[in-house]
Design a protein around this ligand. Structure first.
Ligand code: HEC
Length: 128
């Protein structure tokens, strides 16, 4: 009887642990299932030719300078709303280019956030 109780408790704990793990993994998966929209322009080419003289990598720029606040991408220190800022900035992207750059940065900042969220599970992974 006592043993049954212990078994039950352990079973329940394991079940809630796995429930939690499954939930976290689902969050992680849904985190990664969004992708930037497809555009007719080549965003990497655009960044390299028009921004690359001053900014090395778009991902590095996004992670160092930008944050998402209430779903809006802003400069962390400047507070600039990035799709308003970009057309006035060097390289002067047109509206389509601005949207594509904005989406790229947004995706990069989100993906980095997702990676941080799943990092503990990566550490728990087999062989670690
Ligand atoms: C002539 C150099 C130069 C070019 C070309 C340039 N930038 Fe910048 N950019 C800067 C400087 C200087 C800053 C402000 C200092 C900083 O934040 O590093 C900046 C800041 C930014 C920021 C951060 C804004 C904020 O409010 O924090 C973003 C995003 C950005 N640039 C994107 C771009 C994109 C996209 C392009 C190409 C379309 C581009 N830049 C082209 C020099 C440049």
């Amino acid at each position: 009887m006592h043993l049954d109780f212990v078994t039950l408790m352990v079973g329940a704990r394991m079940a809630s642990f796995f429930k939690l793990l499954t939930l976290s993994l689902l969050t992680a998966v849904s985190c990664f299932t969004f992708t930037p929209n497809a555009y007719s322009l080549d965003i990497h080419e655009l960044f390299e030719t028009r921004c690359g003289n001053c900014h090395q990598h778009s991902g590095e720029l996004a992670l160092k300078k930008l944050v998402i606040e209430n779903g809006v991408l802003r400069g962390e220190n400047s507070g600039n709303v990035i799709d308003i800022f970009l057309p006035m900035h060097f390289g002067h992207p047109n509206p389509e280019e601005t949207t594509a750059l904005y989406d790229l940065f947004l995706w990069q900042v989100r993906a980095a956030g997702c990676l941080k969220a799943v990092a503990p599970f990566v550490m728990l992974g087999p062989g670690n």
